[in-house]
Design a protein around this ligand. Structure first.
Ligand SMILES: *[C@@H]1O[C@H](CO)[C@@H](O)[C@H](O)[C@H]1NC(C)=O
Ligand SMILES: *[C@@H]1O[C@H](CO)[C@@H](O)[C@H](O)[C@H]1NC(C)=O
Ligand SMILES: *[C@@H]1O[C@H](CO)[C@@H](O)[C@H](O)[C@H]1NC(C)=O
Ligand SMILES: *[C@@H]1O[C@H](CO)[C@@H](O)[C@H](O)[C@H]1NC(C)=O
Ligand SMILES: *[C@@H]1O[C@H](CO)[C@@H](O)[C@H](O)[C@H]1NC(C)=O
Ligand SMILES: *[C@@H]1O[C@H](CO)[C@@H](O)[C@H](O)[C@H]1NC(C)=O
Ligand SMILES: *[C@@H]1O[C@H](CO)[C@@H](O)[C@H](O)[C@H]1NC(C)=O
Ligand SMILES: *[C@@H]1O[C@H](CO)[C@@H](O)[C@H](O)[C@H]1NC(C)=O
Length: 456
């Protein structure tokens, strides 16, 4: 993922007020919701070129980083699950399998220069979702969804870095990449989310123990506040004594779903500790998401008002939508709070879309504006698609486990031989190190100086 210190202005704002041909969305009609999701999906998929002869399956072209392709395939698994439409399945399966890498753990050598723990985890969470919804299994000789999610977990658990800060995952996997000393919340949150869901799916206590450990660390170090707000990250260089307080919607979302999975599991076994604790945490995190809503419409509070959402950040509402919806299945008592928010947000998102080519729509970034704001891309499309289809959550079955019909084949030892990947031994050039050092200085300046990337 890209470091959040490179703001980009939203392009095309000039068109904002001149065009207002919003699409229609009738939330009382399953057909209407599916149609809107299909149109947003078509618009999103038009950015994907990996199916073309000579192109690489699984990658999105620039400016999209590798992680966002994993996130996109995850959203297309959701799309299939909500709508039953198989249009994108073959490309989704091919794209995911093309990027598993030689150790079948989503660490393809081509991505070494950009891959952090969070990037790897977005692919891993796509595989986890595939297992939970019985998305069609790959042929037997290919890696299986559950085993891929376990492989990501197995490579990440040994990266627990307790030399500083009492633990946690670093943002980066490789020391030669920028930001190696940063401990960011999304990397740690993705690990928590996956550990909780793997525990629930397999019933293996080891995953629950890691989820508990990660949650406790996040709170202890202050990446989560006492009132359940999640901040961007902190740094090894200062032993995590100060926090970068910017808030992103996907951090709240990734912990919300993990906490709901822990509560859900606490209802069927005694492996996740006191269920009242997970109830309180789930409710607290949900309450904390209010910072991402304006008049009940979802917005990216740290970058929409100032027009500085970068390419990554324009996709974050997709994940908050996705994880809020799934929370209603795991913790049904959240439904009355969550659904009205997803309804208003979907209606507002529809107003941000214009008709596109063929059976597609072009959706903008800021749903709070009531019209198309001219900002376009994979993230905008994915967010609109996820918030539309999340309104079908009551029509689909909840996430499965291996005891309730999940068919994906696991491998508790998947990927573990690459916990210390040979890639980590790759030569690090002086230039790379200097780059990382410079970035570290910038991060520290950001944390200590309270720069633009704090939420006022
Ligand atoms: C992938 O998508 C492209 C573009 O829609 C389509 O032409 C192609 O048939 C798809 N590939 C598969 C295997 O379905
Ligand atoms: C990695 O990059 C090479 C060279 O560009 C390309 O041929 C290969 O298909 C890529 N593999 C993946 C999995 O992206
Ligand atoms: C670093 O932070 C951890 C966690 O807060 C703490 O346990 C440890 O004592 C600190 N180390 C130093 C050298 O201050
Ligand atoms: C769950 O485990 C805890 C600690 O291991 C124990 O104190 C408690 O009685 C158990 N609860 C149930 C319902 O089995
Ligand atoms: C809910 O959020 C509000 C606003 O952030 C806060 O004042 C309140 O204390 C929170 N309540 C709980 C139970 O966390
Ligand atoms: C746990 O989640 C499953 C799947 O959504 C759901 O069927 C079940 O009712 C949930 N358990 C509780 C106690 O709500
Ligand atoms: C689910 O997986 C766990 C761990 O692999 C295993 O112990 C258990 O027997 C499985 N349960 C079912 C119903 O298959
Ligand atoms: C549970 O998960 C751990 C960690 O991946 C693994 O080492 C262990 O073999 C698993 N246990 C079972 C029974 O599958």
């Amino acid at each position: 993922m890209k470091f959040p210190s490179a703001p980009q202005a939203v392009s095309g704002l000039l068109f904002a007020s001149t065009v207002n041909a919003a699409i229609t969305l009738d939330l009382s009609s399953t057909h209407s919701i599916k149609n809107a999701a299909a149109q947003a999906a078509n618009g999103m998929f038009s950015y994907y070129t990996g199916w073309r002869p000579g192109d690489v399956p699984g990658n999105l072209p620039a400016p999209y980083y590798w992680w966002e392709a994993g996130a996109m395939f995850g959203s297309l698994i959701d799309y299939w699950y909500y709508t039953g439409d198989t249009t994108f399945n073959a490309n989704t399966t091919a794209g995911l399998l093309a990027q598993v890498g030689p150790n079948r753990d989503f660490m393809p050598p081509n991505q070494t220069k950009t891959e952090g723990n969070d990037d790897q985890a977005f692919w891993g969470m796509a595989a986890m979702s595939a297992a939970e919804v019985n998305y069609p299994n790959p042929p037997e000789d290919q890696p299986q969804w559950l085993a891929l999610a376990q492989a990501v977990f197995n490579t990440q658990a040994p990266r627990w870095a307790d030399g500083t800060c009492g633990g946690g995952l670093k943002w980066q996997i490789f020391a030669f990449n920028n930001g190696y000393t940063y401990k960011n919340t999304i990397s740690n949150g993705c690990f928590f989310n996956m550990a909780a869901r793997l525990g629930r799916y397999t019933g293996n206590q080891t995953y629950f123990d890691w989820a508990e450990r990660m949650f406790d660390w996040t709170a202890a170090i202050g990446l989560m506040s006492n009132d359940y707000h999640f901040f961007d990250g902190t740094s090894d260089d200062i032993n995590c004594t100060q926090i970068n307080h910017i808030q992103w919607s996907y951090n709240a979302g990734v912990y919300l779903l993990g906490a709901a999975a822990m509560w859900n599991a606490s209802q069927t076994n005694n492996m996740t500790g006191n269920s009242d604790v997970w109830y309180q945490r789930t409710m607290g995190i949900l309450n904390g998401t209010s910072v991402f809503f304006k008049n009940n419409v979802m917005f990216e509070v740290a970058c929409e008002p100032n027009g500085k959402c970068n390419v990554d950040q324009r996709s974050f509402k997709a994940y908050l939508s996705r994880w809020m919806a799934q929370t209603t299945q795991l913790a049904p008592w959240t439904t009355d709070i969550i659904m009205p928010l997803l309804q208003t947000s979907a209606q507002a998102a529809a107003k941000s879309c214009n008709p596109g080519d063929g059976n597609s729509i072009v959706c903008g970034l800021q749903w709070t504006t009531g019209s198309f704001d001219g900002s376009t891309g994979v993230g905008e499309q994915m967010s609109a698609m996820e918030v539309f289809q999340s309104n079908l959550i009551s029509k689909v079955a909840g996430p499965l486990t291996n005891g309730t019909g999940g068919t994906s084949v696991g491998d508790p030892n998947a990927g573990s031989q690459s916990g210390q990947s040979p890639l980590q031994l790759e030569a690090v050039t002086t230039g790379d190190r200097a780059g990382a050092g410079i970035l570290t200085t910038i991060i520290l300046a950001g944390i200590l100086g309270g720069s633009w990337w704090m939420v006022a």
